[in-house]
Each structure stands twice: as structure tokens, then as C-alpha cells.
Design a protein around this ligand. Sequence first.
Ligand SMILES: C[S@@+](CC[C@H](N)C(=O)[O-])C[C@H]1O[C@@H](n2cnc3c(N)ncnc32)[C@H](O)[C@@H]1O
Length: 485
Amino acid sequence: MLVDVKPAARLRGKNAVDLTGALAPVFTALAACAATDLSRLRVTVDWVQYRHNFRAPVELRPVVGDTQLELAVDLRRIAGAPDSTASAVASALHAHRTGGAGARQLTLEEWGPTSRSLIWAFNALYWGHLRDWEEATGQDYESALPGGRSDAREDEPVRTTIRELFAVWDGLAERRALPEELYVLELGVGNGHQARTWLDAFRELDHEHGRGYYRRLHYLMGDYSAHVLELARATVSEHAERVSSFVLDALRPTTSLGFLRFKVFLVYISNVYDNLPTDEIATIGQREHLVESRAHLPADAAAAVAASVHTTPDALGGLVEKLLRLGPALLAEAVPQHVPDTRAAVEFWRAIWAALRLQERYVPLHGLDTYAIAPGISGELLRPLLATGSDVRMHVANGAAASFAETLPLLHPYGRLQCHDLFATDPHQYRDGFRGPGKYDGSVVNWVNGPLLAHIGARKGFDVAFTPFARAGSSITTMTADVRD
Ligand SMILES: C[S@@+](CC[C@H](N)C(=O)[O-])C[C@H]1O[C@@H](n2cnc3c(N)ncnc32)[C@H](O)[C@@H]1O
């Protein structure tokens, strides 16, 4: 049996976790289960820092076509819960042996790569109906972000970016090479407060600078949620003459913004890449596997939610499908016998989301080149990152990779892409911490595979750099991509 403990930093210091005590009930339960081949078992120990997440404290993950099994435990939740841990291990092993896992859950989709799970439809639903959700919870989405609000609202880093932009523009102007139209593109705008911070600072600094750049500025806001764009437009209404907005998928920006090729001086992105669909790849015994998942509700939660909307658990899947297709207001119109008004529909949505979990399994890959990270980006790019010397499981950041690769061609030769986000900046960070997925209110969060993006950027002729965000205690990293000199 292999035991892989990832959160090494939790094992020492003032608040060290008692690893031996926490794992004792796991091993006792394993020892009691004579039918399990322990030589084919890996126990992986994570510390899932997200209070709301898609995992049970104890989970069993098969390797498809193999007798290997992974028992995954969340150290944060099993520590101090010996009885429930022992019984969770015993019942997971029993269910696996008897094929009875299905009886304990309501499965909502077929197995598939996590980037295609319906959790992403929930994510889009959240941004598409943000106001309904925020009204129900009484909290805005920013309070769930690291630090309680978007770091993109910090004034000083914004001013630094703008001053650097002015320096580039001054240089081009001296050589009579500065275009009349000065394009800045923001992808994933949320409530528009970071755009507001940026535009306010820009206008003020331009006034001091005296070159009239503000009147030449075209600030383009792109988001896949028309609703979010409307909120953002209202927030920046003072700058309405300088702002245009586009409904677009950040994964395919050139579909609507192809006319901007080589024209954009700054692409500005914050807290978006960590919100885009991603797969995970795991090496197990030096062989690469794709993590497949399927969304489900534990049986007791399914029964409770079904009762709350006057139906049976069997009918919940159909209601969830309708919710994702129609949104809460139209759902209330379509099935008033279950949810009489929008408020009740949002309550239903929140209850499903709170209970939603991802069951996982590992599917062997027959060569990384058979796996596509994004259109035109082969899985082979992951090879150097996976060579950490031991088993590793990492995010592919498919959505971020696609978005990044498609956005770079929009940049002016003196342009820059700047992105504030949760980045893993070294493949070894996947060995020592849990990088998602977690739930932020109604949305999904996963750390972004920085080394992979750097690799993609380098192949396209860009220098990619990572700098810790300039705010004490921030877990955000700023990635910049500039055309290589
Ligand atoms: C966490 S919010 C970040 C908002 C803002 N940039 C900030 O820092 O507060 C994520 C934003 O990305 C948008 N978004 C998520 N996935 C997207 C996609 N595939 N295409 C376009 N926008 C997307 C959401 O609608 C939302 O506005």
C-alpha cells in the first residue's frame, strides 16, 4: 500500500495536525476489510481548504481497466472524526465490492472529463443570474474571492500598469507610430468595479500627463453573461463614451474580436482563468491518467431537496436539467407546482449546488499526444511538467490555455496581457497542496497551471512572468505576457 500525504506544511508548527491520530481509523478500517487487496491500494491525503467543495471526506476512486484503487481522504475533515471516518472507509469499500455506490447517490450525468461536467453549466447559470443569487444570499460574489474583494480594485497596482502603458504610448508617439485608437480589452468583467477603478485612475492620470489619451481610449468589456455585462455597464456609466461591451466566450475571444488582431495594448483579466473549465491529469506509477468525474447528490441530500420541492428523488434530475436550461425565473413559470416563484427556484438551485459532489475515476491515457489540452494544443506539452519524480495530479487549465492562446494574437507588438489570478507557478505545488476544485458561492474555482501557460506563451513568442500580487496576504499572482524582444 502506498500512502501519499500532500499537505506537508500542515504536519509541523503551532497548529500541526495529528496525522497519525487522523489516519488511525482509516488503517483500522482497511485492516478489517479482508476482501481488499491492500497491495493495490493508494491512500492519498489532501487538505481541502475550501469549506464548500465537491468531495466527501472519504472517497474511493477506481482506475478503469485495472485492480488499483485510490482511497482519497480530506485530512481537514477526518481529523477529530474517527468514528465517521472508519465507517465511511468501510462503507466505501463495501459499496465498491458490491457495486452498490449507485444506491447511495443520485447520479446527474455520465462519466466524462471534468472540463465537460455539468458543474460548468452551474457556473454559467450563476453568472447569468448573479443578481437573483446575490439577493437570496445577501452577499455579493466578491466577498467569496480571496481577501473578500477583487484585488483588481487595488488602486496602486492599477496606476502602475497605466503609467507603464503611458510610457509605451509616449515612446510610440515620438516615433509617430501610435495609432489613433487605443484599445484595452477586459475579459470577464463581473460587477464592473475593477473596470471602474481602472477607468477612474486612467482619466485622472491622463489629466496629469496631458497627452489626451483618455479621449482616444476604447475600453472593451467582454463576458459570456449578458446580465453581468449590464451590471458592469451601469458601474462604469460615467465612462460610457469610452466603453463598449461584447457578449463573448473567453475561450474563443477572436470569434467576435478578430478585428482587433495586433491592435490591443492591454488585455486585462482578473479572477477569470480560475473560473474556466479544466481537466486534471494524474500520473500513477509513471503512467498518465485522465481524471473523469460525474456529478451526483448523496442519497440523503437528494431526498431532502426532493421533499422541499414536492417531488421524488427520481424526478430531481429532470428539474435540474430545466433549471440549467431556463434559469430560476423561467423555471418558476414552467413548474410552479415545484417552485412557486423565483425566490423558491433560487432556493432549489442553492440546495442542489450545496449538495453537489463529483465522483471520480482514473482512465489511462494511451500517450499524452492522444489528449488535446485545447484546439491545436497537444497534451505533449504537459510531459515536462508531469516529470516531478513521483506521482502527481495536476490541473490542465484547458479553458485558460484556450483563452490565453487565442487572446495573444490580439496584442499589439508593444501590447501586454496582464492577469491577476490563483496560479500554481511550479509543478511541485501540485504535490504539496490542494488546488481545487472548490465552490465560491455558486461558481467553481481551480488554481491555474502557470507553467503550462508560460510554455504556451513561449511557443508563441511571448515572455511570460509571474509576480506575487502587491498586497500583503494576497494569494493572487499577476501573470504578464509581453512579446519577446
Ligand atoms: C470571478 S468573476 C471576476 C470578475 C472580475 N474580473 C473581478 O476580478 O472581480 C468571473 C467573471 O468571468 C466571467 N466568465 C466566466 N467564464 C467565462 C467565459 N467562458 N467567457 C466569458 N466570461 C466568463 C463571469 O461571467 C464573471 O464575470
